[in-house]
Design a protein around this ligand. Structure first.
Ligand code: SF4
Length: 135
């Protein structure tokens, strides 16, 4: 039995709560709030308590999907990215940047989110950028 604890920061919002991820034989099994972190002092909100659950969820998408003939089917990253780039460009060219809206994720790093909003504002000319932490 291999039991390990990894200290990390909650990915869900900017508060910066800290917890230990507990792994048993290489699988994430729980989240334990840090008692020594000044931000959360041994407490977490419901999102933090469940922060380990999405990682190994059977519902998690592990391959890109594309809709063909009305059905979502697995595809390659190259095909999915080419399709998305082509459609985004067509929509921007035909209807303007503000006809697009972009939503990013709290599961990305702050740096990823910063680059994403720059990509939307500079690349597509829209401020229609939001983040799931505001929901
Ligand atoms: S535990 Fe809750 S309040 Fe703390 S960082 Fe995570 S989402 Fe934010």
């Amino acid at each position: 039995m291999d039991l390990q604890f990894v200290r990390t920061t909650c990915p869900y919002c900017g508060c910066g709560c800290e917890f230990l991820l507990e792994t048993l034989d290489g699988k994430l099994v729980s989240t334990i709030p840090s008692k020594t972190n000044v931000m959360n002092g041994g407490k977490l909100c419901i999102k933090g308590w469940n922060a380990h659950e999405f990682v190994q969820s059977p519902n998690r998408l592990t391959n890109p999907m594309i809709r063909k003939d009305g059905e979502l089917v697995e595809t390659t990253w190259d095909e999915a990215l080419d399709f998305a780039a082509r459609r985004l460009r067509e929509i921007k060219d035909n209807h303007g940047g503000d006809s697009l809206a972009f939503l990013t994720s709290a599961k990305c790093s702050n740096e990823d989110n910063y680059v994403f909003q720059k990509f939307c504002r500079v690349g597509f000319g829209t401020n229609n950028v939001d983040h799931c932490a505001r929901l």
